[in-house]
Ligand binder design. Structure first.
Ligand code: UDP
Ligand code: MG
Length: 315
């Protein structure tokens, strides 16, 4: 019998977990042709999530929990899950039930019927998300797709069903800055979207603070595109051209009219434009350099405190 495993990162989801577990139990009871397992990753929750998850492992022998040593962030929690899952099919899904876990049977049917390796959830509608989030997400993915060669599907998060081959390939990608929704399309393989309506979060607030969202956005941008570096050259050309035009104009004024542009204005304008552009570009170069620095340290991507499976701890 084929094994299917849900990989679910959890960060302070105590209000969602009991409902999530009962929904997953229902799915398991319906999907009898598969051996369904669940791998939770506790990403350093500060509420009762950890205790709830450990309790699940005592009650259900098909539940495992990786307990990370602190909050590493969604993408790292997912990475830990992908490193430890051992099923034939893996479903990556959030713990807040925005992506209905029941859809996995339809996704699997599509994957098998069309002999695909990846079926990714594409949002037809997004309930309960702020206009700000929708607008910024839309603009960001447009920009990202212009900047990198790779086509990263829009309206797609990390909710997807992937097979063993894809997981094995993902494990080979050791990059420190992880943007999994870009890494999976980078791998290639046969993939297709699965349209679904994204529900509102079941309970609690989003765990993606503006800061975490920006970090993810920058990781996507700087990990998948080198174009920001090239912006320096473009801006340099434009500024230099502007300078030449200005210079020609001033010479013209001096030679053929009685007007003269005051020197101090010209100098101050030139200094501030060039200074601003140079600082900005230094920041961009620094961004890449900082990422090289992080990568060369070769630190582990996450630290595990404990693994819980069935009655006894594995470690
Ligand atoms: N999450 C996590 N670590 C974090 C932030 C989020 O493991 O630092 C988990 C969270 O518990 C949820 C999933 O990642 O299962 C997606 O987070 P959330 O639903 O808050 O993001 P949104 O849907 O609002 O983008
Ligand atoms: Mg959510």
């Amino acid at each position: 019998m084929n094994k299917l495993e849900y990989v679910i990162p959890v960060y302070n989801e105590e209000k969602c977990l009991p409902e999530l577990m009962s929904r997953l139990e229902n799915v398991r009871n319906k999907l009898t042709e598969l051996d369904v397992h669940i791998l939770f990753i506790n990403d350093g929750s500060a509420d009762r999530s950890r205790e709830q998850l450990i309790e699940f492992t005592r009650r259900y022998d098909y539940v495992r929990v990786i307990d990370l040593s602190r909050n590493f962030g969604h993408q790292y929690a997912l990475t830990a899950g992908l490193d430890f899952c051992d099923a034939d099919y893996i479903c990556i899904i959030d713990g807040d039930m925005q992506d209905p876990p029941e859809l996995v049977s339809e996704m699997l049917a599509k994957l098998q019927k069309e002999s695909l390796n990846i079926v990714y959830g594409k949002r037809r509608q997004r309930q309960g998300e702020t206009l700000f989030k929708k607008v910024t997400a839309n603009a960001y993915y447009r920009l990202l797709n212009r900047m990198c060669q790779l086509e990263i599907p829009r309206d797609t998060g990390d909710f997807r069903l992937i097979d063993r081959k894809v997981v094995d390939a993902l494990r080979e990608m050791k990059e420190t800055h992880r943007f999994i929704r870009g890494m999976v399309p980078w791998l290639g393989f046969k993939s297709a979207p699965f349209l679904y309506d994204r529900d509102a979060r079941f309970a609690g607030d989003t765990k993606y603070t503006l800061r975490k969202m920006l970090r993810l956005a920058f990781d996507g941008m700087f990990s998948f595109s080198r174009k920001p570096l090239r912006v320096a050259s473009y801006v340099g050309v434009v500024v230099a051209l502007g300078g030449f035009v200005g210079l020609a104009y001033m010479i013209f004024l001096k030679l053929f009219t009685d007007d003269v542009v005051p020197g101090i204005t010209v100098i101050l304008t030139a200094i501030s434009i060039l200074g601003g552009v140079q600082l900005l570009m230094l920041g961009v170069v620094g961004e890449y350099l900082g990422r090289v620095f992080e990568q060369t340290k070769q630190r582990p991507l996450y630290i595990i405190d404990n693994i819980y499976a069935g009655e006894s701890d594995e470690r």
